[in-house]
Design a protein around this ligand. Sequence first.
Ligand code: FAD
Length: 457
Amino acid sequence: MSNTFDLIVIGGGSGGVAAARRAASYGAKVALIERDRLGGTCVIRGCVPKKLMMYAGRFSHELRDAAAFGWEIAQARFDLATWQEAKTREIDRLENVYRELLDSSKVTVIAGTARLLSAESVQVDQRVLSARNILIATGSSPGRDALPGLSLAMTSDDILNLKVLPKRLGVLGGGYIGLEFASILAGMGSQVSVFFRSDLPLRGFDRALRERAAANLKLQHIQVHPNSNLQGVQVDDSGSAILCDHRSHRFDAVLNATGRHPNSRGMGLEEAGVAIQENGAIVVDAYSRSSVPGVYAIGDVTNRKNLTPVAIAEGRAFADNLFNGERRHVDHASAATAVFTTPPLGSVGLSEQDAAVVGRLRIYEAEFRPMKAAFAGAATKTYMKVIVQDSTDKVLGIHMAGEDAPEIIQSLAVAYNMGATKSDFDRTIAVHPTAAEEFMLMRMPSRVVDVAQTGRA
Ligand code: FAD
């Protein structure tokens, strides 16, 4: 068994697997080391099981709406154990798919925890491997030290493996992971409260979407605690508590969704001279090169834009550059993103706050009750926003809160990345009746914003 490779990849998640397979397709001899399960965060404890859980939670809304459409549904009851069994089967199946893909790509998969010995050698248990190129794709894990007692709270890993649904759930954090699980568990029947420090959840998103996200949580009967002065978490035999603003809020369980840390510590990186930021992110340039020649890093461990498709794109660009003589880098600003709340959100491009620096903007907005919700008597609204640079007519940002927003924004991201103008939207004939057609029908701007005039940025 040879221990010498052209490339050693540490981490068999989204980015590592994509990079390893692409490198092998160019004839490189590749080893991939994984300490846990193939597929990484996304497949095993992230995007995939979360979305399967989201589907389970959504049925409560579907069942309620179904009655308005004439369906009589006998007493419906959710059984978490049934979902868990089906989810486990599906994740096992997907992990096997990943293994088969790596095998058919002729990547050597090695189970174990890797540690860098030098810029060209890696230790896995008793084995030492060498390669001229090493790629760190070790991902991230839930942070547990932002508050006293936080390590006692559940993480997203735990919530995906719940055996019993908590009657009362407290969620710490207003990021997308906190909001998604708040929404999902509320759909399954838990009473949920969300606490976060800022005035609105989803920092970094367009403010109008953040406002809609907060309003939609309330429509789901989720208690929202903005501007929270969080002091800690307590867990004892009688349950859990969030300490906030000198009060103790009691729950059956608390979810720690306060953020994730790059998996970079304790694996010999610093000793080998690899520069790491204070938050643990490996410092890389646009081509994913670390401070040590021959050592590269991609995905969450670099904390650039922590999404699966971004990790995959970074991994493929890295392999194209190294083994196919290309010079590609990933444009992080062009990546669309979604939040799978009820209803979900989708965004591509700049928020209004960030776009304001480019000059005079035309803001197009639509807000309406979609046909299905109106018919079923549901209060949920759909919100859409297109941000246009006045001088060029170029679309700078597209945002949506409403049913199917992730699917719609994904398609609009193509237009955005091609540099679409508002006139391109206007001359596109709509598909009727859809919600998405409203993006083609926004004739008049709802506002014109000019930083030079307002001084607002
Ligand atoms: P990972 O997928 O985390 O893979 C890293 C791998 O490295 C892991 O398998 C780990 O076991 C292994 N590893 C770590 N250290 C070592 C070591 N020393 N030796 C060997 N192996 C090691 N993204 C989206 O795009 N859409 C979503 O809807 C979405 N939902 C999410 C929901 C949740 C709850 C979470 C937690 C994340 C979600 N993400 C989502 C983010 C997405 O999962 C990550 O951005 C993505 O998985 C990053 O890929 P990666 O390759 O960098 O790391």
